[in-house]
Design a protein around this ligand. Sequence first.
Ligand SMILES: *[C@@H]1O[C@H](CO)[C@@H](O)[C@H](O)[C@H]1NC(C)=O
Ligand SMILES: *[C@@H]1O[C@H](CO)[C@@H](O)[C@H](O)[C@H]1NC(C)=O
Ligand SMILES: *[C@@H]1O[C@H](CO)[C@@H](O)[C@H](O)[C@H]1NC(C)=O
Ligand SMILES: *[C@@H]1O[C@H](CO)[C@@H](O)[C@H](O)[C@H]1NC(C)=O
Ligand SMILES: *[C@@H]1O[C@H](CO)[C@@H](O)[C@H](O)[C@H]1NC(C)=O
Ligand SMILES: *[C@@H]1O[C@H](CO)[C@@H](O)[C@H](O)[C@H]1NC(C)=O
Ligand SMILES: *[C@@H]1O[C@H](CO)[C@@H](O)[C@H](O)[C@H]1NC(C)=O
Length: 497
Amino acid sequence: MEGRRQLQEQRQQQEVPVRRGVGVHQYHTRNRKERTKAVSFLAGSCLLTALVSSMLIVCAVRLLAMAAASKNLQSGSLIEELTLVSLLSHRSPQPTSKNSTNLSNNRDRLFDMPANSSHQLHSPNGQLPRRPKSKIDHLFLPLRLNSSRTKIKPYHSFDVFQKGMKEMSRKFKVFVYPHSQDEPYSKVFLPVDHEPSGNYASESYFKKALNSSHFVTQNPSEADLFFLPFSISALRHDPRVGVEGIQDFVREYVQRISAEYPFWNRSNGADHFYVTCHSVGRTAMEKAVEVKVNAIQVVCSSSYYIRGYISHKDIPMPQIWPRQETLPEAHSITQRKNVAFFAGEGNSPVREKLVKTWANDSDILVHSSRISTPYSESLLTSNYCLHVKGYEVNTARIGDAMFYGCVPVIIANYYDLPFNSVLNWEQFSVLILSSDIPQLKKILNSIPHKEYVQMQKLVMKVRKHFQWHSPPLEYDAFYMVMHELWLRRHVVRYPLH
Ligand SMILES: *[C@@H]1O[C@H](CO)[C@@H](O)[C@H](O)[C@H]1NC(C)=O
Ligand SMILES: *[C@@H]1O[C@H](CO)[C@@H](O)[C@H](O)[C@H]1NC(C)=O
Ligand SMILES: *[C@@H]1O[C@H](CO)[C@@H](O)[C@H](O)[C@H]1NC(C)=O
Ligand SMILES: *[C@@H]1O[C@H](CO)[C@@H](O)[C@H](O)[C@H]1NC(C)=O
Ligand SMILES: *[C@@H]1O[C@H](CO)[C@@H](O)[C@H](O)[C@H]1NC(C)=O
Ligand SMILES: *[C@@H]1O[C@H](CO)[C@@H](O)[C@H](O)[C@H]1NC(C)=O
Ligand SMILES: *[C@@H]1O[C@H](CO)[C@@H](O)[C@H](O)[C@H]1NC(C)=O
């Protein structure tokens, strides 16, 4: 954290404008001598600019070459640092900085957050500082109003999405690094042959569905992406590896495939991906830095805040509790008598705050211990279902809420929401900052009934994307993740000699 802040500060210092820009009016001097002076000054500064930019280009090329050629850990960390710096420039909100560029002060506006929201600095004790109000905040308000829930559009563009999905189904090819049943670690690499279960089932569902799908190719030269089939969950439970051994296992595995096959070195892993749902995955790549910074990480714990997670490159996967029953008819809205519902362990400051604030309320039902009514019943009889950050930003509750037609309320700052490149989350969920928990009731009650009815309709429309099936069904979670991968595929294919 400290290192990151230093980098950020360095970066901000670099961002202070140094060029004063030669104003146009300077060329219109009446005096010839002055004009000559201006011209020679201009020529001089042009020359200087050209010199500096060519130096910069040479520098950049050299850095890139170094990065590409890097095979050892030292240059690995160079890549990491470079990536970190470039990320800082476009990722994090910078609540403490007042003199970076105007846009970056307001960058949080670009995320769909409530009008008063800002991405907050996370802190373990739950003290979330408020972003200082910016002078140009008002400029962003019309944008929000125009994009509010008055349009019934759960997708940014359904046409684009549908076309992409169809093209993906037709063309997408994935090469899976092979493993035979007899290898000692086959359980780690091969898909499970039973129906996946438990809280982290998403990982197993994905692997199983991919294995039997038409996307898999035996011909690596036609592959768009390469799948690293190790299972973080299986490694975690394997007594030969365990949580402590995962990092070394992954490093050795990547070394092995990069020595045995030509594909890894070709892009330093950029056209490779792996999938994990368990939060152990957050640190699993610490000793395989190139996986972290180059490969596509498909993870449930997708938080802008996590150092190992790189938004846009990596893919948020929904954590979904597996349910065999068919989708229930969602209760009619009049049967939804509770305003909001939450049940879950108080294992984070945010949840503690929620329970502390709303424990005795008769409209907002929050439980941190066993509940007397069945869970599904509560989800069916509430208007809003709360997804509240626990240890991680992700929990299975968004999927739970949608399954039962309940509008999710997401209280998990910095959550990079699943499928957000396709789905317009603001239209069918309510995003609330942790610091606004005391205003929860006010915020929910201020949403007009008409708007709520629309949101609920959209939940019913998009809930199919938050389910796994074996075999998978069109537009379900498997196809959605594949579509995200397709969006990140490599368009340029280098020949393998
Ligand atoms: C940053 O802004 C503060 C006032 O907000 C000012 O005192 C300081 O000089 C600025 N720093 C730079 C590097 O511009
Ligand atoms: C940036 O903000 C300052 C005041 O906050 C303003 O004077 C300046 O014109 C802004 N710059 C741009 C490019 O909008
Ligand atoms: C938003 O902020 C304004 C003042 O900045 C405050 O009056 C208002 O109550 C806030 N709204 C919510 C929903 O917190
Ligand atoms: C929506 O945007 C238009 C400009 O594109 C603007 O004139 C209008 O006032 C905006 N509507 C609202 C409700 O802010
Ligand atoms: C994975 O795919 C292979 C080849 O299609 C198949 O033989 C195997 O049974 C599949 N495994 C599982 C667990 O589905
Ligand atoms: C890939 O690079 C590594 C590290 O430099 C090297 O050991 C390995 O032999 C290379 N793989 C191939 C297939 O050339
Ligand atoms: C809830 O009720 C219990 C028992 O009446 C009381 O001890 C507690 O302080 C109340 N909590 C809140 C937040 O009002």
